[in-house]
Ligand binder design. Sequence first.
Ligand code: MN
Length: 197
Amino acid sequence: MPFVLPVLPWADDALAPVISANTLSFHYGKHHKAYVDTLNKLTAGTELAELPLIDVVKKTTGVPDKLPIFNNAAQAWNHAFYWESLAPKSGGMPTGKIAAMIDKDLGGYEKFKIDFANAALTQFGSGWAWLVLEDGKLSIRKTPNAETPASGSATPLLTIDVWEHAYYLDYQNRRADYAAAVIDLLLNWEKANERLG
Ligand code: MN
């Protein structure tokens, strides 16, 4: 099968207590895996199956008769990106280039924390909160369902999954608590710096 579920670099319980092993096993082992499996089924024998995942996302963005492929490709991409946006014993104050850019573009870390949590909280229904780089500047975005800034010209740097399956087992309806804990304890600033290049 051309599209594969990426192997996570840490154990199921590595993100606990912010994200429990139970949530991780369902989220990664069931939800993420289902997007990859469905994408393989939907693209089997087509030219899309020959392409890198990001190219499938870009090529199917906004194409009505490719919507099921887009949804599964974008969710496969978004989830791989989400796992990389998290790391055990991380989060809190950023360091390096991203810290300086947050000060310059987003009004400093304390304001970033509020604005990023607010994007996560106010995304109506399922979706994603994003820190992206566009035209040399950082910005915060939110997208519904499978939509992703990776479809366009922005460079995604970090994301938080705000679909209910990402937090409901651990936080029930308290999405704000989940987002705040991810920001404080899991955001992978090292990866964000790497993505800035
Ligand atoms: Mn998810």
